[in-house]
Design a protein around this ligand. Structure first.
Ligand code: ADP
Length: 168
């Protein structure tokens, strides 16, 4: 009974911790899916210690693409960007963890793979800025917006992960 109680206490700590944990939206772009990098990318975030709480393979409509990349509407590459992101299935994900928004951006590397450090996803697998493998939210505001664009509440799964005891 005592060990059960102490387990429950720890579990409660983890659950309490969830309230300060962030969520971010990450997406393997059509080039990453075609190049069979879904497993590699998921594996990096799993091994880091982040928790996957939602994922799906999907096609992006023109409407969703325009909404998602709305901030780039006036940029010369906007048309190309929408055409690319709708050109094949993407793997959309929501990951949770302490500081996951900024840390995932670091793990992705610079927007242009030519500038991305070795060891980052874009540094290891990408060559050109137009096909840079992965998208990740760049702030708490964009994470909230993008998670809402791509996922319903019922598609996000809250669960306690025992390895969190050894990560936090
Ligand atoms: P990030 O994806 O790193 O947040 P941005 O939000 O600045 O970068 O740009 C969104 C996406 O637009 C980039 O991931 C990239 O695929 C594409 N992009 C950015 N700059 C260019 C460019 N000069 N030419 C073509 N595509 C670009």
């Amino acid at each position: 009974i005592l060990s059960f109680l102490s387990f429950k206490e720890k579990d409660t700590d983890i659950m309490a911790g969830v309230t300060f944990m962030e969520k971010t939206f990450l997406m393997v772009k059509p080039d990453g899916v075609q190049r069979e990098l879904i497993g590699e990318i998921v594996s990096r975030f799993e091994k880091k210690g982040f928790q996957l709480i939602g994922a799906k393979l999907m096609n992006i409509s023109n409407e969703l693409a325009s909404e998602h990349y709305g901030e780039h509407k006036e940029r010369p590459f906007f048309g190309e960007l929408v055409e690319f992101i709708t050109s094949g299935p993407v793997f959309a994900m929501v990951w949770q963890g302490e500081n996951v928004i900024a840390t995932a951006r670091q793990m992705m590397g610079s927007t242009n793979p030519a500038d991305a450090a070795p060891g980052t996803i874009r540094g290891d697998f990408g060559v050109t800025v137009g096909k840079n493998i992965i998208h990740g939210s760049d702030s708490p505001e964009s994470a909230k917006r993008e998670i809402g664009l791509f996922f319903n509440d019922s598609e996000l799964i809250e669960y306690s992960k025992l390895s969190n005891n050894w990560i936090y």
